[in-house]
Ligand binder design. Structure first.
Ligand code: DQA
Length: 137
């Protein structure tokens, strides 16, 4: 089973970015733990700060992979283009967030991903990714 973890803008700074919200682990370290835990899966990780690159990656894998775990970060709240890309492909997408966006500023309560995602997992820290992967098993 092939699953892509796709992270959007500023998530390359995990570990140093607002650790009181996002924790102090880097995503690379956490990804190694996921690979160890889900040894039977082919996990791939891609991060970009650029909206078009995220859309390109969804198009690239979206007809052949078994699942996409997507944290579109700030683009969650703005990107009709990412929402349309998810609608266009056949691979199911799980929307994840590290923080509980509904407890935060009002602009984070809007998501262009939720209406086109298979499901949404948020607020469990990095464990949100683990729970999303489990949903594909
Ligand atoms: C986030 C929440 C978003 O509102 C924010 O822009 C992020 C991270 C999260 O994982 O909690 O960059 O997606």
């Amino acid at each position: 089973m092939k699953i892509l973890i796709l992270n959007g803008p500023n998530l390359n700074l995990l570990g140093k970015r607002e650790p009181e919200i996002y924790g102090s682990d880097t995503f690379e370290d956490y990804f190694a733990k996921l690979q160890f835990k889900f040894k039977d899966l082919e996990l791939e990780y891609f991060q970009s700060n650029i909206e078009g690159e995220l859309i390109g990656k969804i198009q690239e894998v979206g007809f052949s992979y078994d699942g996409i775990v997507l944290n579109a970060a700030a683009y969650t709240h703005t990107s009709i283009g990412i929402g349309d890309a998810i609608k266009a492909v056949t691979t199911p997408v799980i929307e994840v967030h590290i923080s509980n966006t509904h407890k935060r500023e009002e602009f984070r309560h809007v998501s262009y991903i939720s209406p086109v995602a298979r499901g949404v997992i948020l607020g469990f820290g990095l464990q949100s990714y683990d729970l999303a992967i489990q949903s594909f098993l």
